[in-house]
Design a protein around this ligand. Sequence first.
Ligand code: SF4
Length: 139
Amino acid sequence: MDIHTSIVKRPERTFKESFTVFMIDTGSCGACNLEVKSLTNPIYDMHRLGIFFTSTPRHADALLVVGVLSEKMKDPLRRAYEAMPDPKLVIAVGACALSGGILGSGIREMLDADVLVPGCPPSPFTILDALIRSRDGQK
Ligand code: SF4
């Protein structure tokens, strides 16, 4: 796997032009978190692409997860996923969310992630690319 490329497992186009993301941190070191948050700064400026964060899963098209799957966050993760309307995607960002890294288990133990973004942490460009391709439904 090229570490600069995300994998989008759902190839069809599901969403319209705008794409709303709810981020949840299930146990990160903080670095993946920072890289995701940097997407709103003027360098990456994801808003110009119609991609936005929301503070509630009820308005989200995608659940973006960073960090290992810690015991205390299993229930909040499940509740966030269940609160989202269909159609919805799960995007796992970073080695911890993908596999648990060296610490534990990743979120795929609980949820079937549609988009995998490798890296520790992934670059913001890789994350942005994954969000665009998630919205557009490309492999
Ligand atoms: S993948 Fe790396 S940067 Fe991201 S939360 Fe895990 S240890 Fe931190």
